[in-house]
Design a protein around this ligand. Structure first.
Ligand SMILES: Nc1nc2c(ncn2[C@@H]2O[C@H](COP(=O)(O)OP(=O)(O)OP(=O)(O)O)[C@@H](O)[C@H]2O)c(=O)[nH]1
Ligand SMILES: [Mg+2]
Length: 311
């Protein structure tokens, strides 16, 4: 039996609401450990995996679970991956699970806590919850976020570069977050190597589910005209003010050499040209998560933003 199987493999779970910064923090962490064999299990709420593409720029192994939410219907898929891990005597040093932004992490964690049989092979070392400083109040109004806060033993405040130490302190105080549990970039290594999860709450609920928000996923060929698309996105986000929680995509623009990653968290939109994605198919992929969205209209309007010769 290989050494890594005799030794329990540490698992770290990333939770936090849609767009709070889980994938970004995982990328940061992987960059700190270029020589560690880390398996990333990536679960996305949308049918089309965008984060998997972003993370596959690193050389780490990656498994994508895109057909549902890991805390509910595809829990058994996660078990299958881990059973295969055991059967193959895989020699990974560490496993990272990125849960969907709506998952109840308690349902994932329980598989690694005794008496579950997987707890003989894997050891949960931490559940970290991303607290999005820009959208915290909106996330707080989503019931599933409360479960994520309760279950986690560590917090990371994202999008807080502009906050002073004092401002971070008052953010925690105002929002009832235990500041001693908050880590920042300097603490990442010590935290990642910590040994065991601290179950802090007796109130952890395995029952708490989440709302089944509407998910739109579009995939089509063509190159966008940047100005037409930007104008349309502005109109779309005005029209659906507060009803689109998350949007993201990999988009091709006319005359651009590489695809561009589109990111939207509520109405904060950005195009990230720094990600150098490995091109697979030259197809635009874009997802929207929200409520009361008119799928046909949005798809037709998006296709209308393709450059003239593409329509
Ligand atoms: N300025 C700033 N932007 C951030 C930070 N973390 C994440 N972002 C941005 O927020 C957006 C969403 O980040 P992701 O890391 O994809 O968030 P996520 O939680 O993985 O999103 P989902 O998996 O869709 O739930 C992207 O545009 C990121 O660049 C941060 O600490 N600071
Ligand atoms: Mg993500």
């Amino acid at each position: 039996m290989s050494k890594s199987i005799m030794k329990k493999v540490p698992i770290t779970v990333f939770t936090g609401h849609l767009g709070s910064g889980k994938t970004t923090l995982i990328q940061k962490l992987l960059a700190l450990y270029p020589d560690k064999k880390v398996l990333v299990i990536e679960n996305e709420f949308g049918e089309i995996g965008i984060d998997g593409e972003i993370l596959s720029q690193n050389d780490n192994a990656l498994v994508e679970l895109n057909s549902g939410c890991v805390c509910c219907n595809i829990q058994s898929d996660l078990e299958l991956i881990l059973e295969k891990f055991i059967a193959d005597k895989s020699d990974f040093d560490h496993i990272i699970i990125e849960a969907t932004g709506v998952a109840n992490p308690a349902k994932i964690a329980r598989q690694f806590l005794s008496p579950h049989y997987l707890s003989g092979f894997f050891e949960l070392n931490s559940i970290i919850c991303l607290l999005d400083a820009l959208h915290f109040d909106k996330h707080r109004s989503m019931p599933e976020f409360e479960l994520q806060l309760l279950t986690s033993d560590t917090y990371y405040i994202s999008k807080a570069e502009d906050l002073s130490k004092e401002e971070r302190g008052s953010f925690c105080e105002k929002n009832g977050v235990n500041e001693e549990r908050v880590i920042d970039d300097q603490d990442l290594k010590i935290w990642f190597e910590k040994k065991s999860f601290e179950n802090l709450s007796d109130n952890i609920s395995l029952k708490g589910g989440h709302h089944h928000y509407q998910k739109l996923a579009f995939e089509f060929e063509g190159e966008f005209d940047p100005f037409t698309l930007e104008n349309y996105l502005n109109v779309l986000f005005m029209q659906y003010m507060g009803s689109i929680f998350r949007s993201k995509g990999v988009l091709y623009f006319r005359k651009a050499p590489h695809p561009v990653v589109f990111q939207g968290v509520f109405d904060s939109l950005s195009f990230d040209e720094s990600q150098k994605l490995k091109e697979k198919t030259k197809r635009n992929r874009i997802i929207f998560i929200g409520k009361d969205l008119n799928e046909e209209k949005i798809e037709a309007s998006l296709k209308n933003c393709l450059a003239e010769e593409e329509k």
